[in-house]
Every structure is written in C-alpha cells, then in structure tokens.
Design a protein around this ligand. Sequence first.
Ligand code: TZP
Ligand code: MG
Length: 213
Amino acid sequence: MDYSLCLVADADFFKKIAVQGAAGRDLLGLIQAAVRGGVTVVQLRAKALCFREFLDLGLRTADRLAGTGVPLIINDRMDIALACGADGVHLGQEDMPLAMARKILGGDRTIGISVNSAEEARAAEAGGADYIGAGPAFATSTKETALPVIGPEGVRSVKRAVRIPVVAIGGISATNAAEIGRTGADGIAVISAILGAPDARRAAEELKRAFQR
Ligand code: TZP
Ligand code: MG
C-alpha cells in the first residue's frame, strides 16, 4: 500500500472551519479531484454524522474510488467499515482495541493506529497494526486535541521505533511537507491542506511534490 499522500476526508470539516467559499462544497467531488491530484489513500472521518449518513457517504465514496486503486479506510467506526466494504479502519487510542478490531476485520484488511509517542507505536506494531498515524506533527486547529505536538523529531522517533509504515498527521501543508519527508516517514495525512484549498487537485499535486523532495 502506498501511504505517501493520505486524504482524511472529514465530513465535519466545513462545519468546523470557516473556510471562505467552502460552505456546502461537495466532499465526494473534492475526494475525486484530490485522487486525480495523486492522493493514494482516502480515510473517511465523520464524527457528527449518524449511521445512515455515514453509511451513505461511505458507499458513495467506495463507488467513486472503485477502479482507481486508492483504498478506502474508515475512521473510528468498525460498523461503517464492515457495512460499506471498506479496505480498513483507522483507530485512535480511545477507540476499539486493536486486538478486537483485528478479530472482527480479519487479517486481510488494513488497520491503522494513531499514536502520539514511540511507545504507543511499538505497542500498535506488536498488536498487529498495519500502519501508524503519528501526530499531531504540527499545531492544527482542525482537531481539538489535548495531545502534545510531536514535531518532525517526534515523527522521526516513531519511525525509528517501528518497521510498519508511518504516516504523519496534523498541520501538514505544502510548506512543511518536505520537513516531514526528511524524517523518513512513509507518508503524510492531511485534512485542511486539501479540503480547505481552492483547488483540491492542485493542492494534492503540490503536497506530493513537496513531500517527495
Ligand atoms: N489527528 C491528529 S491531527 C488531526 C487528526 C485527525 C487533524 C489534521 O488536520 P489538518 O487540517 O491536516 O491539520
Ligand atoms: Mg478515533
């Protein structure tokens, strides 16, 4: 799996952030544009949607991604991941325990685990995670979190601690993506740098270029 550019498609983003002109923008259209720009993984995140709304979004996203080779990962919600036939789930430290998720999802599908330290990363790897989401890499206003910013140094220490792929998240933009690239991280995950950009496709292209440099 190519983790180099993960779009965390947050259905609540346009409600939380006052991005000029972004109100009511079509998330599916943005996902599709971002995939054309080189996004390699789409993770759907929707804290405020009810089951039916999330399911509908998941099914429609899966439909759009069919044939692109870009996997669909569902944030937090095992029920939604199973119901829409997603390629995997992404779980935080307070979500369903990894061992339980693996039992339900089986060995073939992907499980990503969010970590804030090298210690949490080691535990996730030992527990059978497929990849790590490490962050917040930089300060971000997209997610309300009390977790400390780990910085590029923190991302580097997570990367050194495990053999599975490490994706950095939090406050990543085309301006600082190269710095994350130098940590050895396998990828970057972004919300606002793509969903908040005037042109999602171009934003993805720029992030990709910046990270690989
Ligand atoms: N987890 C850690 S930071 C974050 C998540 C979901 C938010 C990332 O959003 P942005 O806009 O890319 O900083
Ligand atoms: Mg979570």
